[in-house]
Design a protein around this ligand. Sequence first.
Ligand code: PEP
Ligand code: MN
Length: 349
Amino acid sequence: MLIVMKPEATTDQIDAVIARIEGVGATAHPIFGERLTVIGAIGDTDVEQHIADLELEGQPGVDEVKPVMKPYKLASRVEHREASVFEIGGAKIGGEHFALMAGPCTVESREQLLETADVVLAAGANMLRGGAYKPRTSPYSFQGLGTEGLRLLAEAKEITGLPIVTELMDARDLEAVLEVADVIQVGARNMQNYGLLTELGRAGRPVLLKRGLAGTLEEFVMAAEYILKEGNEAVMLCERGIRTFETAYRFTLDLMAVPVLKQMTHLPVVVDPSHAAGRRDLVESLSLAAAAAGADGIIVEVHPNPEEAICDGPQALRASDFPAYARKVEQVATIAGKAPFLREAAGTA
Ligand code: PEP
Ligand code: MN
């Protein structure tokens, strides 16, 4: 931490700041310049936080307090230089590994889920997504099939062997979700639900953490830190579009977040083009752009009959278009340095 004193700061004020720094176990290194004094406060990373908690900005004579360490200790690349790679039910993500996760927004029926799962499997995608608990803007909208949806996901997993990505909204459903989920999704609206994040940190299952609608990248990474701090290292960050002044599409997909998050952290970065766009016609180009930007994975909505979807139909890729889409994403991802990822077991799709 660097504490910059005001040019008019008195010796007593400088000494008072030094005393407070030393009071939390840090060592103070004052540098007396001609015009002002800067105090370097050195200690381990916890000490840095303790100094931040002193809120020295309000102290007499203090001009500015500048952290030199990142507040996200576990997510940052400082002590973990290599990109994290996770193996999830046979699929790998991170480093040179790309994962394509696809499926319906929500589990609607046995027929709908199994039909979609077949298409996702045949196209060679790596994981099946589907929500049993849905965060809907209106409390009067369909809220998901709940435990029945989880049961259907378990059946789809048994038939296809695909790992399952599904959302948890309420920690009271954790046990039930753990029965089937290979990856637990935290929706955008829960990015800063710290109680839920802490529970997921303890649960130890891989987490796909979506960026909040108005979350800055630092807030996003700090949210991941809540999960990592409990000992769960398998966190994937998902950019899914943020609120901006633009109204021509549902959200603004922040693709700059991809390379920047990869500089800030060692965690895999996934992109969700479906919820950003809100419209099917944009999904493929956003996916290719995400792959080109270096994303480690894509999570995309697919439906056998989008016109009849209970939710997010307008943005769902048609199942019949999915195989060609998957191949294009693979082509671009390989140009961006990823290994081919579509499973060889893929059928004629
Ligand atoms: C979803 O994945 O279906 C979803 C609701 O996503 P988000 O939380 O990003 O809106
Ligand atoms: Mn959806």
